[in-house]
Write a protein that binds this ligand. Structure first.
Ligand code: GTP
Ligand code: MG
Length: 417
């Protein structure tokens, strides 16, 4: 519908001023005769003929027109509120400018390290070492290989970064203080959260493993939605990064899960950074690239669904086992390092199970990837099917949690009790 009072070179028209209305291709006078325009406007809105006789005089007609105009303004305001509110609701800072500022802050800290000139800085940034943390926690050999810097420079940079970050021995008391305040993301099921010590914790690599259709992918989807929730609702007010190796990411499920939580799905989808890994090398590369955007994009959850799939299909035969395990090991260390660099980041991976032929008693199903993955992940959760929508999760390996089981359900709206 046309807006009668604007359109004089885009500025507001004062009372008594004339202006050309592009909608009805006529010149109007603000505060005078709006009759023609009103007719046009009302026709557009109702699709009906306007009954001019219904208005006794011009004043009444003017009033009716102003009312219409006010309604239009309100509608426009409401539209704008809709656009802003869900973001505030989720507490996520969607502002690209802020992303840029936080990136610049990190880079500035690197720039201030002793001996870092323009050339060194460029090499570091190009290789993804754009924060003190990324330099301090990465082994020298990797920094050297990826940035092309020399032995001495690398050593000096690591030392200086460590000093600035205050990395060294700490008292157990300080560690306890840190662990007490560790942030967690709710899984959507109270029971599952409880056995995990209050949800999926940050600063750790958590592995969900189990047979097909046990809900691994569903949990990954749910966590990507839940991480965006406000803190009091079990989220981290942050974005998620989803690395899909199997092509099973479904935005439709994200929409259903968002609706189940009364969230605006458009924003929820926008806050999931998605990467499809086409092979194991690509998967490794995506994680290396992720280092660059975690802080900048406020990512606090990284999902890899699934961790081992590509490795398993690419490295075939016993002869390749050693090199496969070595590559997986390096990949896992990349993930663990991310948790060191970003203590408020949670890395969650899925893993398939394979039948272990030499087990005669107990459960013969073991997670693929062998001991390498078992030692690489901080918390391991074994999933199996229950009745109907029910699934059973068992924490099998966690440094601080007892072995406990939880029953949860996969419903249309996602994971619940
Ligand atoms: P693989 O990737 O094959 O190893 O399995 P997975 O463990 O990743 O299984 P996934 O998480 O994809 O779970 C699939 C199961 O989730 C289905 O068998 C359904 O039981 C359940 N599921 C998926 N979508 C819906 C839904 O919209 N409603 C309900 N009630 N259940 C669903
Ligand atoms: Mg799956």
């Amino acid at each position: 519908m046309a807006k009668a009072v604007e359109a004089k070179n885009g500025s507001k028209v004062e009372m008594g001023e004339a202006y050309y209305c592009p909608e009805c291709k006529r010149t109007h006078t603000k505060g005078k005769i709006y009759k023609d325009h009103f007719k046009y406007a009302q026709l557009e809105e109702t699709g009906e003929e306007m009954n001019e006789d219904a208005y006794d005089d011009e004043t009444e007609l003017m009033e009716a027109f102003n009312e219409l105009e006010e309604k239009e303004n309100i509608l426009e305001d409401e539209e704008n509120i809709d656009k802003i509110e869900p973001q505030i609701d989720q507490g996520i800072d969607n502002d690209e400018e802020d992303d840029e500022i936080s990136k610049n802050n990190c880079v500035n800290a690197v720039k201030k390290l002793p001996g870092v000139g323009e050339a060194t800085l460029n090499k570091l940034i190009k290789a993804g070492f754009n924060s003190l943390e990324s330099i301090a926690y990465t082994p020298p050999s990797i920094i050297k290989e990826e940035s092309g810097l020399g032995d001495k420079t690398t050593e000096k940079l690591i030392k200086a970064s460590m000093e600035q970050l205050g990395i060294g021995f700490k008292s157990a008391d300080a560690i306890w203080e840190h662990r007490k305040n560790i942030a967690r993301v709710t899984t959507g099921s109270q029971e599952l959260d409880d056995v995990l010590g209050g949800g999926v914790e940050t600063g750790s690599v958590i592995e969900f493993f189990g047979e097909f259709r046990t809900g691994k992918t569903q949990i990954m989807h749910q966590l990507c939605v839940n991480v965006q929730l406000p803190k009091e609702k079990g989220g981290l007010e942050a974005r998620a990064l989803y690395i899909d190796t199997e092509g099973t990411f479904r935005p439709e499920r994200i929409i259903q899960m968002s609706e189940g939580l009364d969230l605006d799905y458009k924003n929820v989808l926008k806050n999931i950074v998605f990467g499809r890994a086409y092979n194991s090398d690509h998967q490794i590369l995506l994680i290396k690239e992720a280092t660059n955007i975690i802080k900048e994009k406020n990512i606090k959850l990284i999902v890899i669904d699934s961790l081992i799939g590509h490795f398993r299909s690419e490295y075939i035969g016993r002869g390749t086992l050693a090199s496969r395990q070595q590559t997986i090991n390096t990949h896992l260390h990349d993930l663990l390092r991310l948790c060191d660099i970003y203590p408020d980041l949670s890395v969650v991976v899925t893993n398939q199970v394979s039948a272990k032929p030499d087990v005669f008693y107990g459960n013969p199903l073991t997670a693929t990837g062998g001991n390498i993955v078992a030692h690489g992940s901080t918390i391991r959760v074994y999933l199996r099917k229950g009745k109907g929508e029910q699934r059973i999760a068992k924490v099998v390996d966690a440094p601080h949690l007892p072995e406990a089981e939880a029953v949860f359900s996969i419903t249309e709206n996602g994971i619940s009790d």
